[in-house]
Each structure stands twice: as structure tokens, then as C-alpha cells.
Design a protein around this ligand. Structure first.
Ligand SMILES: NC(=O)c1ccc[n+]([C@@H]2O[C@H](COP(=O)([O-])OP(=O)(O)OC[C@H]3O[C@@H](n4cnc5c(N)ncnc54)[C@H](OP(=O)(O)O)[C@@H]3O)[C@@H](O)[C@H]2O)c1
Length: 283
């Protein structure tokens, strides 16, 4: 496993397992357990996924020492603000049955993120969180957060895959010591990602799957990546990306697939700010 080193010196595995849209608690627990058994050490959840308890049970069942795991969870918009963040963090910790979180992210760039950040800085300094970061922050919002606070976000988790490569924003993050982390590495299969001719031909060339080629491409670009699958065979397959290498020519072919556009939605669309900003969960 390759690790990246975050801006505070903390090591983070470059490949992990994400649990978005695994709503069934038993299924989620089993998947996370299977992932840990397959060798994953980074697990990515969120309060909004409503499966932190299942993740916590899987961690306990795995028997893997806590310090070997890297657990990420996220703060949802309804809990933005200083006091709400303190309360939401305590609830996430309790649901996960943990006494610290490795990486805590502001899930969306909406609401009182500055109040949240102050609470997160305090929790970080108190040792309850080992690194703090953000998700879905466009570069202007990231710059603003950096300029007006003491702790620079360690990570920005953003949609990143062959059709939306984040080349410019990735460079900006690198210059500012913010680690890019990909969500949706397969774009959830949209735009026929798994049937894409270029990706299929590279998979054939390397005797690997399209999923493995995509994940390998991320690893070679130093992008942290957290694919999701509910199938044990795919969970294992997605972890087996450290035994081959894409050539610079292969990397260029994938680079040419970039459309520089989200296949989901844009976080600077005002309608998205309104609609995501008003989603409330029973958490
Ligand atoms: N911060 C955010 O706003 C945000 C947003 C979205 C996601 N995320 C995080 O990023 C993680 C990954 O993103 P995602 O879950 O949206 O989508 P994804 O990982 O791009 O795609 C998951 C889809 O790909 C399929 N798949 C997985 N491995 C495969 C393989 N080897 N071969 C063929 N199909 C495969 C899965 O199907 P099966 O499950 O049926 O195998 C599922 O339909 C999430 O779980 C979450 O932790 C964060």
C-alpha cells in the first residue's frame, strides 16, 4: 500500500473503501468487514450516509488495531456552525464507537462552514481528530477558507474520475498543500465508464479490469481514492492495483478523456446550493 503524507505529517492510505449508498446496516457491516479483511485500512463514511454504526461494528469485529485504521467521516450541512459541529462530531464518534477520528471533513461547502471550521480546529488541537479537511470545495471557497483560518485543510474530497480529472484544481490544491481525494472514481458507472473503449483497451493490455486501470491511474497521479462496491469479489479486485504500472503513453490516453465537467452537478450552481443546503437527515 502506498501512503500519502498530509500537510500535518499524518500518513493516509492512498486507496480506501467508501460506503455511500450502502443503506442496509447488515450489508454495510459485512462489506466494511470484507474490505478490512481484504487489506483496506482507509474507510470513508459520513453522517449523511447513515451507516456510521454499521461501520463501527465492522471495525470492532475486524479485530484490527485501531491505530492501523484510517477512518474518515463528514459533517452534514444541517450541522454547520460552531456548536452544532461540536454536537454532530460527538454523535459521529459515538455511532462509530471510536474515541478519535483520523479525518473529519466538512461534507458540503454550504452553511456556516467558518463556525464549523473553528470547532474542528479545536477538536483537532484537542487530539479528537488527527486531520481536518473539506469536501466539494471549489478553489475560490478553498482559498477563502485557507486565508481566514489557521489550520489549512489537509484534504479536499471532490468528484474525480477519467471524465472529470480536476487537473487545474488538483495543481492548485498541490500548491496549497491540500491533498486531493477522489469521490466517485467510476462516476458510479455513468457515461458508460466501464465500457469506454480507451479504458477497455488499456485493461486488455495490462490484463486487468477497467476498474483497476482507473484506480491505478489515480494512484499514479497521487490522488487518494475510495471506490465503493457491495460485492466482495469487486472489493478485492479494486484493491489489487499495486502489481502493475501504466506507462506515460497510457496515462496520456486517459488524460484525453477529460471533459472538465461533472457528470453529476456543479457545486457552484445556485440551485444546488439551495437544494443540497436544505437536505435534512435524522442524524
Ligand atoms: N464527498 C462527497 O460528496 C461524496 C460523494 C459521493 C461519493 N463519496 C465517497 O466516494 C465513494 C465512492 O463513490 P461512489 O460510491 O459514489 O461511486 P463509485 O465508487 O464511482 O462507483 C460505485 C459503483 O461502481 C460499481 N463498481 C465498483 N467496483 C466495480 C468493479 N470493480 N467493477 C464494476 N463495477 C464496480 C458499484 O457497483 P456494486 O456496488 O454493485 O459493485 C457502484 O455501482 C463513496 O462510497 C463515498 O465514500 C463522497
Amino acid at each position: 500500500m502506498k501512503n500519502v503524507i498530509l500537510n500535518n505529517g499524518l500518513e493516509m492510505p492512498i486507496l480506501g473503501y467508501g460506503v455511500y449508498q450502502i443503506a442496509d446496516a447488515n450489508e454495510c457491516e459485512q462489506c466494511v468487514y470484507d474490505a478490512i479483511m481484504a487489506g483496506y485500512r482507509l474507510i470513508d463514511t459520513a453522517a449523511a450516509y447513515r451507516n456510521e454504526e454499521a461501520v463501527g461494528r465492522a471495525i470492532e469485529r475486524s479485530g484490527v488495531p485501531r491505530e492501523e485504521l484510517f477512518i474518515t467521516t463528514k459533517l452534514w450541512v444541517q450541522d454547520a456552525g460552531y456548536e452544532s459541529t461540536q454536537k454532530a462530531f460527538a454523535k459521529s464518534l459515538a455511532r462509530l464507537q471510536l474515541d478519535y477520528i483520523d479525518l473529519y471533513l466538512i461534507h458540503q461547502p454550504f452553511g456556516d462552514v467558518y463556525g464549523s471550521w473553528r470547532a474542528m480546529e479545536e477538536l483537532y488541537r484537542a487530539g479528537k481528530i488527527r486531520a481536518i479537511g473539506v469536501s466539494n470545495f471549489q478553489m475560490d471557497r478553498l482559498a477563502d477558507l485557507i486565508v481566514h483560518n489557521e489550520v489549512v485543510p489537509a484534504v479536499n474530497q471532490v468528484e474525480t474520475h477519467p471524465f472529470c480529472q480536476q487537473v487545474e484544481s488538483g495543481s492548485y490544491m498541490k500548491e496549497n498543500h491540500v491533498q486531493i481525494e477522489s469521490w466517485g472514481p467510476f462516476a458510479e458507472g455513468r457515461n458508460n465508464m466501464f465500457q469506454n473503449e480507451v479504458l477497455v483497451s488499456l485493461a486488455e493490455k495490462h490484463k486487468k479490469s477497467v476498474a483497476q486501470v482507473i484506480l491505478r491511474w489515480m494512484v499514479q497521479r497521487d490522488v487518494v481514492v475510495i471506490p465503493k462496491s457491495v460485492h466482495k469479489a469487486r472489493i478485492i479486485e479494486n484493491f489489487e492495483v499495486f502489481d502493475f504500472e501504466l506507462s506515460s503513453g497510457d496515462m496520456e490516453k486517459i488524460a484525453a478523456l477529460d471533459t472538465q465537467k461533472s457528470v453529476f452537478f456543479s457545486h457552484n450552481d445556485p440551485e444546488i446550493a439551495r437544494s443540497i443546503g436544505s437536505v435534512k437527515f435524522d442524524i
